[in-house]
Structure formats: C-alpha cells, structure tokens
Ligand binder design. Sequence first.
Ligand code: DSN
Length: 428
Amino acid sequence: MYFEIVKKIRNILKEHHKFYDESLPMIASENVSSALVREIVASDFQHRYAEGDIGNRFYQGCKYVDEVESIVVDLSKKLFNCSFVEYRPISGTIANLAAYASIAKRNDGIISLSVKDGGHISHTEISAAGILGLRFYYFEFDQNRMNIDVDKSIKKIRRTKPRIINLGASLFLFPHPVKEMREIAEEIDAIVVYDASHVLGLIAGKQFQDPIREGAHIVTSSHHKTFPGPQGGLILTNDEELYKKFKNKTFPGLVSNHHLHHKAALAIALLEMLEFGEKYAKQIIINAKTLAEELYNYGFNVLCADYGFTESHQIVIDVSKLGGGDKIAKKLERANIIVNKNLLPWDDLKNVQNPSGIRIGVQELTRIGMKENEMKIIATFFKRLLIDGESESKIREEVINLRKNFKYIEYSFVKNPAYKYYEFEVIE
Ligand code: DSN
C-alpha cells in the first residue's frame, strides 16, 4: 500500500523537474549543478560520519573523506586567494552563526542591512544574530543607489560602536563599501564580516569586489547561488587567530557531522569555477545589465537606472503600480517565469505579503547557456504579459519553446541535461 505513495512522490519529483525544464528559473539565490556535482551528492558519502578534522576523526572509515576534503581546502584557498578556510558549515546561515559567535558575546553590537534594505534574515534579530543576543543597529541606506550610505553609517558606527560590521545582502546590486568599513572598524576595534552568499560565483570569477583584499576580516558564504555548487556554507579568512575561533564554533560548536557528500561535490564546483568561472561570471553581469536595460526601455520601473541598474546577477523592479510583487510574481509563475516578490526599502513591513518589488537573478539562465539575445526575448515576455496584457498561456507556450534550445549545463567539464530527473534502477 505504501509503495503507491512512493510512486506518487517520485512522480511529483518528475513533474517538478519537467516544470523547471520548461521554465525560466530566475530566483537570485538558486542555481543548477553539473552532473559531476550531482553524482557525488548521490554517493555513499551521504551515509557517513566524519566528525573531527581532516586526518583526526572520531570515526573510522574516513580515509577517502580525508583525501577529498584536503582537496576542498586546497582548492578553496586557491580560488579565493586566502590562507584559511572552514568548509564544514552546512549553510550560509550556519556560517554566519559560527562567525558571529567566534567574535561577539551577548549584548555586543552588530550593524548590518535591515531586511527591507536587502539584508539577509541571518544578519538580523529574527535569525542567527538574534539567537546570540546581540544588540542590533542597521546601516543608513541610500535608496537611490540601493547601497549603504557610507557617511551616515560611519557616524552611526562611531556612536554605537558595534563589535561586528556585517556587509553583504540578499538584495545585492552593487559592491559594498568594504574599505571604508574596515577603516572605521580599526578605529573602534570591530570585525568586518562580509556575507558573500549571493555573489560568491562573481567573486570567484573576479567580476565583483574582492572582499578579503579590500579589508574584510572574515568572509562567510553559502556555495549554491551564483556559485553553482551543492547546498552548503563556507568561511574564509587570512587571519589565523580568527580562523581558530570560527573553526571551533563550527565544530564542535554548530555542526556535529557536516554533509560529506555536499563537501566532496563542492570540490567539483570549485574546479569548475577555477576553469570556467571568469567567463561564466562575465556573462552573468552582461545578461543582468541587458535584461535590466530592455525592461527599463519597455517602461518597467527597474531600480538604479542612473547607476547602470546592477553590477551583479540581480535586478530589482518596483511593480507597485502593476499591483505589487505578490500579484506579479504569481502571474509570471503561471507563464513559467519564476521570480520572487521582494520587500523594498520604502515598503511598510505590514505589506510583507505583497511588497512593492520583484527580484530577478540571471545566474541560472546563464548557466544553461543563455546570452544577451535571450535576455532581450525574455524582456519581451515580461512586457507582453505585464504591460500589454497578453495571455499567460500564450507566453508560457513561448517560454517552453525558448527553453527547448537550452537544455544543458554550460561552464562545466561535461555537458549534462540541466533538469533531468536522475532515476535509479528499482526492482519492485
Ligand atoms: N533568502 C535567500 C535569498 O533568496 O536571498 C538567501 O538565503
């Protein structure tokens, strides 16, 4: 009887894969990994325990885990040009929690971007940083530039003296003022943490800022957004004392067994980025700028027109005049275009369910080979659906047609179907 439900679940998953294979996935925090990454995620490593450090585990049977994790460490140091890496956090939020716990104690201050201004929840009182009982301050924000207002924020930092100056965001259009924040950090004895989750692939491809060189003491990150790895987190630094602290907060602090299969698969993604990262990251930014400009020319209120719209994989549109982010994101979804509604700095928090914005990321479309020409076609889909009022079914049909030419992962050593459901042989 229960096997029927097994079949049902597999079928749901297959439907999900088909849906994505016929859609335009444009959630800025997602990506697709290569068959090489997925093969390792599905490997026996997922069943094993390897608590402890490389070469010094609490479990037997880890000799191959040690071997591959040594490679992960070496590759991470090479790609990000840093001296120390903690690769065991199982997510970006856990990486943040380990970093914060290693440098601050209860009632110490943290300054970060508020969620409305694009900060990630883990930077705020409702998530990781809140669990540690920190005091919260938020950067002053320049709504025109969609970036930290440096002068006003520095005044606030001098006044409030937080222990952590936290950069990075979920809505992240332009590089953050790392150098300026490091200078004020020196003055007040604070630590600059830079959450690179959204832009790690752009940093790896040398197309965004280089936070460690610019002065961040610690870089935290997930490795599955612009960086096309399996889900997981990382912490990087050049400071040995800080490394020892966040290493200890990671294990045994916040992770008993890290996810061995994800970390082994991370090695492949690191290699893909060493080999193809620059080309991939360049194309992401060209695609984002192209899409932003086309949409703007069609009359959409794409933010930051005066500043080139974006320097990252993201673009943001204020759709309040079209009915709000919730209505528009759902309408796009019915046409197989997947984006998320997003709070904007001028939104009232009461409107969290229907904020003014939508956020669009082009990293996944880039990963499946789309370039400027496709961005222009996609902009016409937005216009025809949301401005001209063409039917959802007509646009969906055209999305499905467009996707027929973009089935494979690019920027990898192998060419595999991006949304194939990898079915094992099953004997009933
Ligand atoms: N909340 C995610 C995002 O979409 O940006 C990151 O964890």
